[in-house]
Structure formats: structure tokens, C-alpha cells
Design a protein around this ligand. Structure first.
Ligand code: NPW
Ligand code: ADP
Ligand code: K
Length: 501
């Protein structure tokens, strides 16, 4: 399942399930799943492992103590750090503590709390705070997290790395806050957006989901999902034998002011190699005769292009001159499907009347802002966008009646009705000039081939990120991957997905 729920919903699911289950059941399931995940992470047999379990004052601490019991039972040497007096633990966590002690888990004496880094641990389990974190970590908690973050061993976070906001992927307390940097996270009941977007992936590491066998009847209809090909596979259709280039549509990339002629070329090459029947490049100024590396592209002056018969990808390297504004206005007037990127978005941010025109357009639009472009469109700062990427993407989608891709680590795809998808593919190899142009070209190609906007956006973002992941696995990046290198890899992946379906 790929549903993502906000923390408030997870609380409701948990409460509803707990009403129908014997007490302590869910914590036992969480702890056991965590113990199994921990055993899989050990680089040695259990009886050679020394595991430090950090147990906080709430039920996240209870999960950790339950996991500690399971690990001790499996033969590991387990030491638990518990600052809270047992009498102050919630009932389930107190039960987990009793079980851990029966299994031979030792409690660390308080005088050793400041020296946890003096021992060599095989693994640390972070069960300090989960979704109940209500304020930034300070004092002893902060020192503890600092010590864990300096350790070389793997760290398994339970539910969410302590200190991270599970909804937004920001550290609680902002720049002054702190969170556990885990190598792995096992999250319970359902995925949380904050594990996949913004700073979340840097803290959560590799994420595994344990649903705790919660029956479907307790799960409300989601309106947030984790991106995967199942969400767009209906459109991964093999080509009919009896087809021709007209069957796969035209893309016209509009952009390319002086000094930025390469940007639309990247988008256009991506569009051609992702299957558009014909690809035009409409230059704001001085079109080149043709693209030597991809002579299939038809390079023209944008003023000479028919805007009504192609999917228009507008804005890549377009500049902010009056001529660019005129091209954007013409594109918004056209009945064609639109992808708005880069300078098209920057111009829109400056032109309230064009924003009204966009929101009222009959044919909806796909917009691909990076956080700064999103900030300009919403009149906010980039840090305000990054503080809650899901909300920012939803606001843009509803304001402009558009499908919006808020780019950056863990891209957020949002729809005007509030549906959101969080993308788990991609890596910092993509932090290179032109990779956004490639994304807009992929979007254009899928739209030209008849994909609806929502599925086109989901597929384009997933493929773009996955291509970068595969290239990095081959050693092509993260350092020095260039945007153009993504294009053949995306083509390969798209063909593979169609074949596998
Ligand atoms: N219930 C169940 O059966 C299941 C629960 N599950 C597990 O429970 C987790 C949620 O448990 P939880 O609600 O007890 O919250 P948790 O994250 O442990 O922290 C709350 C405690 O921390 C304290 N506190 C907060 N911030 C603080 C700070 N900065 N500095 C210091 N203290 C701070 C807060 O104190 P207070 O804010 O009240 O002062 C309170 O004492 C969830 O993530 C999952 O792991 C799953 O196993 C499924 C079954
Ligand atoms: N750290 C990262 N992790 C995942 N994806 C990233 C990361 N950095 C950048 N990207 C992706 O790379 C692309 C960059 O787009 P953009 O900022 O518009 O670049 P440009 O304008 O140079 O083409 C976006 O799709 C973005 O989501
Ligand atoms: K935790």
C-alpha cells in the first residue's frame, strides 16, 4: 500500500484500532517488527552484537523497550537508556519495560548517560520520541542526540527519527533544533510525508513500513500517497502496430532567450526521447538552424510556431523580457495543454492578471516550480515554502487550478482537489543546472502521448528521479552527473515499464 497519512490521522487510526484490540497489542507488534528490522541490520551474529536502545518517556520508548526484549531473546547483549522513572511511563510502555527486564535487558545507570559514546555499539535503536514530539529537543536530550549522531554504527529510528517533524520533514525547532540522523527508519501503521521530503530523507535514511496488521476498516480513504509506478501504470500502454508520428503528438518547447539557448534544447531532447511524435523548439530570440546532436528537433522562432496544435512547454530559459511575456500570454490564450516552468512561473508571479487568466483556463495546466519559484508565486520566502512543502504545493494547485510539481528533495505533486503524492526517487545528482528542463520535457512528451496531467506528472517525476538513482548506482554521479545524461536513462526506464506491464 502506498497511502501516506498525516500524524493527526495516524492518531485516529491508532485510537480506533486500539479500541478493538487488547491493550499492548500494537506496541508488541511494533516492537517485534523493530527487533526483526534490527536483526537484519546487524553485521554479525546476534550473540556478538552489543545494542544500545534509547527509550524516551512515551510510547515510542515503549516500542523501543519491546524491541529490546526481542533482541535480548534473540541473543544480543542489550543495554537500555531510560531517563523516565518506570512509574511515569504510559501503561503499555511500562509493560514493555517489565518484559525487557525479564528477557535480560540491562538498564544503564544514570551516571553513564553522559558517556554512551565510550562503548563500541553494533547498533543503536532510537526510541526517544515518535509522533508525540511536541517541542524542540533541548538539555540532556539534545546532548544525547549529538552523541548518537557522532557514532559510526548504524542507527535504527523507530517510527520517525527523534526530533524530526513527521508531517513536514523539518527538524522541530528549525536551524536551532536537532534530530537523530538514522541510517534506517522503521515506521509504523502508514508512511509519513516527512520521511520522504525536505530534510526528512537525510535524517530517516532507508525507510521500511510495518503496518502492524491494522485492518483496512480502520484506514480512512487517503488523499496522500507515496509515488510508485502502480499509480500511473494504466497509461504505460504498448504502441499499436498501426500507428504513425501523429499518434504520439507534438511538443513545442518555448524559451531560449539569448544566453539560455541550451535550456529548451534539453527539454526538447527529453521530449523527443520520451516518445513525442514531433518536437519543435520555439526560441524567444535567434533560433539556431538546428540541434546538431538531435537534428530531429525543429528549431524556429517562437513567433512562427502554431501554439494551438502542440503541447506547450513554456518558460525554460525564456527570460523576463516583454517578448517573453508576450509568448506566455499567447500560450495562456491557446487551447493547448501547458507545462509551465522556470521563467513562465517567474513572469506569472509578477503579473496578477495572468494569474487570473491561468486559474480560469479551461484546459488545466501542469506547473513545475522549484522552491524559489513557488515562493515568488505565493509571495513567501523559500524557507517558508520548505517549512511545509505539502501545504505549499496544495496551495499552488488550488490557487491556479493546476497540477503542481514542487521540485527539490522529495518532490511533491499536488492537485487542485487536495490530492498529494510524495516522490521517493531522486538524489542530489539532480542538483545540477538543466535537470529541471529535462523534467519539463518528459512531462510534455507524456502529455503529447495522451496521458492525463496527473499521471503524466507522477510518471515524469518518478522516472526522472529513478534515472538519477540508477546512474548513481553505476557510478555516474552524484558528483558530475549532467542533465543531458538523464535522458537516455529515462527512455530506457520508460520502455522497461511498458514492457513489464
Ligand atoms: N499507542 C500505541 O499503542 C502505539 C504507539 N506507537 C508508538 O508510540 C509513538 C507515539 O507515542 P506517544 O504519543 O506516547 O509519543 P512519543 O513520541 O513517545 O513522545 C511523547 C512523550 O514525549 C514527551 N515529549 C515530547 N516532546 C518532548 C521534548 N521535546 N522534550 C522532552 N519530552 C518531550 C511528551 O511529554 P509532554 O509533551 O506531554 O510533556 C511525552 O511524554 C509512536 O510514534 C509510535 O512509536 C506505535 O507503537 C503504535 C502503537
Ligand atoms: N537533492 C535532490 N534530491 C532529489 N531531486 C533533486 C534534488 N535536487 C534537485 N532535484 C531535482 O532536480 C530538478 C532541478 O530542477 P530545477 O531546480 O528547475 O533546475 P534547472 O532550472 O537548473 O533545470 C528537479 O526535478 C528537482 O526535484
Ligand atoms: K524515534
Amino acid at each position: 500500500m502506498s497511502a501516506i497519512y498525516p500524524v493527526a490521522e495516524i492518531r485516529k487510526i491508532e485510537q480506533a484500532a486500539l479500541r478493538d484490540l487488547p491493550p499492548y497489542t500494537l506496541m508488541q507488534r511494533a516492537g517485534q517488527a523493530a527487533a526483526q528490522a534490527a536483526l537484519r541490520l546487524l553485521p554479525c551474529p546476534p550473540h556478538s552484537a552489543a545494542i544500545l536502545v534509547l527509550a524516551g518517556p512515551g510510547n515510542n520508548g515503549g516500542d523501543a523497550l519491546e524491541a529490546a526484549a526481542g533482541l535480548a531473546k534473540a541473543g544480543c547483549e542489550v543495554l537500555a537508556l531510560l531517563k523516565t522513572p518506570p512509574s511515569q511511563l504510559p501503561p503499555d510502555a511500562a509493560q514493555a519495560l517489565a518484559r525487557a527486564q525479564r528477557q535480560g535487558v540491562h538498564l544503564m545507570p544514570p551516571e553513564q548517560f553522559a558517556d554512551i559514546d565510550s562503548a563500541q555499539w553494533t547498533l543503536v535503536i532510537d526510541g526517544l520520541f515518535g509522533i508525540g514530539l511536541s517541542r524542540p529537543l533541548d538539555g540532556d536530550w539534545r546532548s544525547l542526540v549529538q552523541a548518537v549522531n557522532a557514532m559510526p554504527c548504524p542507527v535504527l529510528a523507530l517510527d520517525v527519527p527523534s526530533g524530526l517533524d513527521a508531517d513536514t520533514g523539518t527538524v522541530v525547532g528549525g536551524a536551532g533544533g536537532i534530530a537523530v540522523t538514522a541510517s534506517n527508519t522503521i515506521t509504523f501503521i502508514a508512511d509519513k510525508a516527512g520521511l520522504y521530503t525536505g530534510d526528512g530523507p537525510d535524517y530517516a535514511g532507508s525507510v521500511e513500513l510495518a503496518t502492524l496488521a491494522i485492518a483496512d476498516q480502520y484506514l480512512p480513504a487517503p488523499n496522500m500517497w507515496l509515488n510508485h509506478p502502480g499509480l500511473f501504470s494504466d497509461y504505460l500502454r504498448p504502441r499499436k502496430r498501426n500507428s504513425h508520428k501523429g499518434s504520439f503528438g507534438d511538443v513545442a518547447v518555448i524559451g531560449g532567450a539569448a544566453g539560455m539557448a541550451g535550456a529548451p534544447i534539453l527539454a526538447a531532447r527529453a521530449a523527443a526521447r520520451c516518445g513525442a511524435g514531433r518536437v519543435f523548439v520555439g526560441y524567444a530570440e535567434n533560433p539556431p538552424a538546428y540541434d546538431q546532436a538531435q537534428p530531429e528537433l525543429m528549431c524556429r522562432h517562437a513567433a512562427d510556431l502554431d501554439f494551438s496544435s502542440a503541447v506547450l512547454v513554456v518558460g525554460t530559459g525564456m527570460g523576463m523580457a516583454n517578448s517573453a511575456l508576450a509568448l506566455l500570454t499567447r500560450a495562456l490564450d491557446a487551447l493547448s495543454w501547458l507545462v509551465l516552468d522556470a521563467d513562465a512561473l517567474n513572469l506569472l508571479a509578477r503579473q496578477p492578471q495572468l494569474q487570473v487568466q491561468l486559474a480560469q483556463r479551461q484546459h488545466a495546466v501542469l506547473m513545475t516550480p522549484h522552491p524559489l519559484e513557488a515562493a515568488r508565486l505565493l509571495g513567501l520566502s523559500t524557507s517558508e515554502i520548505q517549512a511545509d512543502r505539502v501545504t505549499a504545493a496544495r496551495r499552488l494547485a488550488s490557487r491556479f487550478n493546476a497540477v503542481v510539481v514542487l521540485k527539490g528533495a522529495g518532490s511533491i505533486i499536488a492537485r487542485a482537489d487536495g490530492a498529494v503524492v510524495v516522490n521517493p526517487t531522486g538524489n542530489p545528482a539532480l542538483a545540477t543546472a538543466g535537470s529541471g528542463d529535462v523534467l519539463s520535457g518528459i512531462c510534455g512528451a507524456l502529455l503529447a502521448q495522451g496521458w492525463p496531467q496527473w499521471e503524466a506528472a507522477l510518471a515524469a517525476v518518478w522516472l526522472h528521479g529513478r534515472a538519477a538513482d540508477q546512474l548513481v548506482a553505476q557510478g555516474i554521479g552524484p558528483i558530475g552527473l549532467t542533465a543531458g545524461e538523464l535522458i537516455p536513462e529515462v527512455r530506457l526506464l520508460l520502455n522497461q515499464l511498458v514492457q513489464e506491464r
